[in-house]
Design a protein around this ligand. Structure first.
Ligand SMILES: CC(C)(COP(=O)(O)OP(=O)(O)OC[C@H]1O[C@@H](n2cnc3c(N)ncnc32)[C@H](O)[C@@H]1OP(=O)(O)O)[C@@H](O)C(=O)NCCC(=O)NCCS
Length: 192
C-alpha cells in the first residue's frame, strides 16, 4: 500500500532516477531548475510516496522571492513512477502537501506545469498577475496559487530562488531588508 512520508536523506538517490525517467536529462536546462540551482528544497514540504522498498513519487517545494520583496514557494518537481500514474497518487501528494504549506503560513505558491492539471488545486495564470520568470517558459504553464485571498495584492516582479530567513511567510520586506536581500540574491542572478 503506497504511503506518503516526509523525504529522508536516503531518498535523494532514488528521486534522481525517477526524475530522469519522468522528465529526461534535459530537465536541468529548464527555467524552474535554474531558479532552484543554488537553494535547498524545504524539508518540511518535501514528500515521497513509498510502496514497500520502492520510492514511487516525489514532490518538493522551494523558497523563492517575487520582485525581491515577497516570500513565496516554488512547487516542483512532482513525479509519479510511470507505471503508477493515473491512480490518484499525484493528486494526493499535491493536496496533502498544499494543506501543510498553508498550515505553515505560506501565502503564495508558483509552479510551471499544465493548467489543465493544476487548475483543480487553485492554480491559475501568473503572468496576468504581474509575475515573471527569469527565463523562457511557455506562458500558459506559469501558474500561481493564492493560499489566502488578496495574497498577491501589491506583489509583482521576477521570481528568484532564495529564502528570506528573518521573515515570516506572507510579510513584505521593509527597505533595509530589501537592500540586504538584493545583495544576497545577486548570487542567484541568471546568466546574462
Ligand atoms: C503529472 C503527474 C505528477 C500526475 O500524477 P498522477 O498520479 O499520474 O495523477 P493522478 O492519478 O493524481 O491524476 C490523474 C488525472 O490527472 C490527469 N492528468 C495527469 N497529468 C496531466 C496533465 N499534464 N495535464 C492534464 N491532466 C493531467 C489525468 O488525465 C487523470 O485524469 P482523469 O482522472 O480524469 O483520468 C504524473 O503523471 C507524472 O509524474 N507525470 C510525469 C512528470 C510530470 O509531467 N510532472 C508534472 C510536471 S509539472
Amino acid at each position: 500500500m503506497p504511503q506518503i512520508i516526509h523525504e529522508r536523506p536516503e531518498d535523494a538517490a532514488l528521486i534522481e532516477p525517477l526524475l530522469d525517467e519522468c522528465f529526461g536529462p534535459e530537465r536541468f536546462t529548464k527555467t524552474a531548475y535554474k531558479i532552484r540551482e543554488n537553494i535547498h528544497s524545504l524539508p518540511e514540504l518535501s514528500f515521497v510516496i513509498r510502496d514497500g522498498d520502492k520510492l514511487v513519487a516525489t514532490i518538493r517545494y522551494w523558497p523563492i522571492t517575487i520582485g525581491d520583496m515577497s516570500p513565496a514557494l516554488l512547487l516542483g518537481p512532482i513525479a509519479v513512477e510511470p507505471t503508477l500514474q493515473g491512480q490518484g497518487l499525484g493528486i494526493s501528494l499535491i493536496r496533502q502537501s498544499l494543506q501543510i504549506a498553508i498550515e505553515l503560513g505560506h501565502k503564495i505558491i508558483v509552479l510551471v506545469g499544465d493548467p489543465e492539471y493544476y487548475g483543480q488545486f487553485g492554480f491559475d495564470a501568473a503572468s496576468p498577475k504581474g509575475l515573471q520568470l527569469p527565463g523562457p517558459v511557455e506562458d500558459r504553464r506559469f501558474l500561481v496559487k493564492e493560499c489566502e485571498q488578496g495574497a498577491l495584492r501589491n506583489v509583482s516582479g521576477v521570481i528568484a530562488g532564495g529564502s528570506m530567513p528573518d521573515m515570516t511567510a506572507g510579510r513584505n520586506a521593509d527597505l533595509s531588508e530589501t537592500e540586504q536581500l538584493i545583495t544576497r540574491l545577486a548570487a542567484f542572478a541568471p546568466p546574462a
